[in-house]
Write a protein that binds this ligand. Sequence first.
Ligand code: DGL
Length: 276
Amino acid sequence: MNDSQKKPIGVFDSGYGGLTVLKEIVKQLPEYDYVYLGDNARSPYGSRSYETVYQYTLECVEQLFNMGCELVILACNTASAKALRTIQQKDLPRIAPDKRVLGVIRPTTEIVGKYTKTGHVGVLGTMGTVTSNSYPIEIEKFYPQLIVHQEACPMWVSLVENNEFESDGADFFIKKNLDSLLIKDKEIDTIILGCTHYPLLINKIKKHLPENITILSQGEIVGKGLTDYLSRHPEIEKKCSKGGKIEFYTTDSPENFNTAASIFFGKTLKSKHLAL
Ligand code: DGL
């Protein structure tokens, strides 16, 4: 395959949140090209039904395939929880048997057992991620002995999106959900931040958790998982272009995206509009 036939890695999220994942992926794998697509026009996904999240995610994955991406990462936990399996098993063989779609849940559940000493793990996520039970189901495959409790934190995404993540008001909801998780199981010593937005709340989360609890943020883990995946799958790796370029697309207003996105990505960026 010559260089002009190689294509960027697609990264999809319901909106801005996946930029926290992309940021870490780029840190670890700066040589590749990336296309980021945020479905801001239809976000948040966290409170939507299985069918809706699946349809929206599939449409966005198809868009990234149409842009040439051979590999797409669902950086969104809700999409990974509700749509990934169906896309991998039902849609890919039909629409693009040689392309690949990966999520953020598996790399996290693969390593969580290395962190816990008590064997009790907590998962924080959107209502959709929690009710799908994807985390407990996936953790059981790798570490059947672990005890997993979850807590849906429906206000946390709004706190971040409304730029209230460092306000005093945020403390109320963060403490409320963390207390509720720890009441379910006092032996929890490792907590997965199972949502793209939660790394922005890390200072507040630390403030309201006992110091002995390990907090697992996904960006770095997903970056390592992707590095490992590309080394194990040279047939996919050789199709990925290497120019260190990133393009950003949003299904809503690029101006709004550019303003809010810098909070998630850590630097300013310029997006383009993509109509679905
Ligand atoms: N990206 C979503 C997730 O990681 C959070 C935002 C949303 O609800 O759309 O679950």
